[in-house]
Design a protein around this ligand. Sequence first.
Ligand code: HEC
Length: 193
Amino acid sequence: MKRLWVAVGSSWLLALAAAVHAQQPAADGPRYVNNTSLVRPANYREWIFLGSGLGLTYEAEAARANQAPSFTNVFVNPSSYRAFMDSGKWPDGSVFILEVRRSATGTEPNTTGRFQTDFLALEAEVKDSRFPDGWAFYGFQQGAGSAAPLAAKEAEQCVECHTKHTAVERTFVQFYPTLLEVARKKGTVKPGF
Ligand code: HEC
């Protein structure tokens, strides 16, 4: 009899825990200071890796021609990745990280291949209904623990390119091949891709 009570008690606790969990924002979602400044996610390197671009940076072509192409490594928080895999859409509270790294070449054993080296910059993008537009863009200064959302002209550039040229919502899913497959199946790709 005692054992039965323990079983009933613990399943009730589990149900309660699940209900409480459902109401809370995802534990790996955006963390803010001063309401809208994004705390730099310390462990983004343990998040889900979406893909790397080489030379996909946004500078004008002339500026790009004179320098070695950079790598851009893209990560998303794991709970948002799982939601995307189910629905082809990004849930509220999705956090995207763009890590920019220098590339190099000319070493053994393959002297023409390119590989990643020094850290150059960290940018982020958040889908969160707390922002009037539903999305916010960030650039982290070197060593800063948080960043205020970009505003005015700076933000306009991000929004424009991330609206006009993106395959799914405001994200470049066309460059993340495993996600693109899912988005196609779920019918969430914008017309034109
Ligand atoms: C001219 C176009 C352009 C502009 C302007 C631009 N981006 Fe991007 N962004 C890209 C491309 C292309 C990628 C895909 C990179 C890759 O796959 O390596 C990307 C990817 C990202 C990602 C990864 C998630 C995603 O959306 O796919 C973040 C975060 C990001 N950009 C932040 C920013 C921020 C912050 C700004 C403004 C300061 C900005 N971007 C401005 C073209 C742009």
